[in-house]
Design a protein around this ligand. Structure first.
Ligand SMILES: NC(=O)c1ccc[n+]([C@@H]2O[C@H](COP(=O)([O-])OP(=O)(O)OC[C@H]3O[C@@H](n4cnc5c(N)ncnc54)[C@H](O)[C@@H]3O)[C@@H](O)[C@H]2O)c1
Length: 443
């Protein structure tokens, strides 16, 4: 099939490369000239495991191309994915400006019957608006459908190539047949392509992200209680995660969720619920708890060192909003580091992949360390914000010898409190009392 993917970000690039890999002729179009220039030169502008070889292979084989000519990409394709960004607007609702801009371009370039797929995360009713904009500009038949994307940054290629399920909202037999054909190579092991009406598909995406965000905030609420009474949230997690009705995923307490999806999608769903007169209380609570959780590490720093942090240096491990990505959108590290700097501290940070993205956020206000050990050189505390795998089993003796004060504030519970205590560190996780507190609590 001749496929255009409009918007070549985290989603569009993976979708485009994945569809090319199953034999389609794909053009990925974006208005970001710099990004397309880098892609044309064989450079992948984001860090995503497995993406570089996938793009390279399909470029070489001629099934994948990049272009800044969105109109041209529309004209030469039968199937068009809209994968542009939908950032939060001022009132929290999804800003559909880019999606509707693309719809206008599609409408003006309809040189034959086409299937248009909203892949971006968009509020219920958006596919209908996309169709209306296209139809204002053409009388050529168009099939608009919704195919929300569930890939996770850090595992995006795997998630797209081997999806748990594919959700498609359609209202025409032709669109259904095209989507069935497109996805057949990716669901050969029997994972379902779930067809439904368009509104239900649009809601499914928000419901999935909101549910996951609620689980995280729920566990952070329980972690708050564990901290106060000397209990251990990691044990509570095991205790409830083994209940088949609950399951173990997304129950990790920590210093808050971030990223380009959960925060904005929760906000957008709150807005949609309000517009339709439905009480969004559960989501408002999840959002409020998450905001507080992003402050938790700072609160702990101030508890320990007082309000004025001048003369103190903090080593920060992990800047991306989660491991295996360089994405820093809404990352808890931004809240933590800005708070430290505002109180006069010096910050030395390490991240395996996000240093370039971090430079765009912090400029020269912090020191970028090339190893995690360099980040704690002379530090008064180590603050762990992102649970990269390579941070999990460090040489504690080496760490101690480099740090000015042996203090670890672990925002992701990556260490065993007993092990770090034996290594001579003062340690605080999230929802895990320190060994001393546990003793006091008689555990
Ligand atoms: N990132 C994720 O993990 C993820 C997962 C599932 C769904 N989504 C959703 O997918 C959509 C895209 O997310 P992303 O993370 O890939 O965003 P992104 O910001 O990485 O990429 C969006 C791209 O769209 C381009 N763009 C904007 N306006 C354009 C236009 N008029 N014509 C052509 N290109 C245009 C931008 O230049 C940018 O390269 C969003 O709606 C997001 O909510 C994201």
């Amino acid at each position: 099939m001749r496929v255009a993917v409009i918007g070549t970000g985290y989603v569009g690039l993976v979708v485009g490369a994945g569809l090319a890999d199953s034999g389609n002729d794909v053009v990925c179009a974006d208005i970001d000239y710099d990004k397309i220039g880098r892609l044309d030169a064989g450079e992948i502008p984001i860090y995503e495991p497995g993406l570089a070889p996938l793009v390279e292979r399909n470029l070489e084989d001629g099934r994948l191309r990049f272009s800044t000519d969105v109109a041209g990409a529309v004209r030469e394709s039968d199937v068009i994915f809209i994968a542009v960004g939908t950032p939060p607007g001022e009132d929290g609702s999804a800003d559909l400006q880019h999606v509707l801009d693309v719809a206008g371009i599609i409408g003006r370039n309809m040189n034959g019957e086409k299937v248009v797929i909203t892949k971006s995360t968009v509020p219920v009713g958006t596919a209908a608006r996309v169709r209306a904009v296209i139809e204002q500009n053409t009388s050529v038949p168009v099939h608009v459908c919704s195919n929300p994307e569930f890939l996770k940054e850090g595992a995006a290629v795997d998630d797209f190539m081997k999806p748990d399920r594919v959700v498609v909202g359609v209202d025409s037999a032709h669109a259904r047949a095209v989507l069935e054909q497109l996805y057949a190579p990716f669901v050969r092991t029997g994972n379902p392509v779930i067809f439904m009406d368009i509104a239900s598909a649009e809601i499914t995406k928000y419901a999935a992200n909101a549910m996951l965000a609620v689980r995280i905030s729920f566990m952070n609420m329980i972690a708050g209680l564990c901290d106060r009474v000397g209990a251990d949230v990691t044990l509570v997690r095991k205790g409830i995660g083994t209940d088949a009705r609950i399951g173990p995923a997304f129950l990790f307490a920590g210093c808050g969720y971030g990223g380009s999806c959960f925060p904005k999608d929760v906000q957008a769903l709150i807005r949609t619920l309000k517009q339709h007169g439905v009480d969004p209380g559960v989501l408002e609570a999840a959002e409020r708890i998450n905001g507080g959780q992003k402050q938790l590490l700072l609160e702990r720093v101030h508890e320990h060192y007082g309000a004025d942090l001048r003369g103190l240096t903090f080593g920060v491990w992990g800047l991306s909003f989660k491991p295996e990505t360089d994405d820093m959108r809404e990352a808890p590290s931004v809240v933590v580091i800005n708070g430290l700097l505002a109180a006069g501290a010096a910050v030395q940070a390490h991240d395996p992949e996000a240093l370039e993205a971090a430079r765009r956020v912090f400029g020269d206000r912090i020191v970028y360390a090339s190893t995690n050990y360099d980040a704690i050189e002379g530090a008064d505390a180590l603050i762990i914000v992102t649970e990269w795998k390579q941070y999990r089993t460090p040489d504690f003796a080496r760490m101690r010898s480099r740090m000015r004060q042996a203090v670890i504030l672990d925002g992701r519970n990556i260490f065993d409190p007993a092990v770090v205590a034996r290594a001579g560190f003062e340690y605080r996780g999230v929802g895990r009392s320190s060994p001393a507190r546990t003793e006091r609590a008689g555990a």
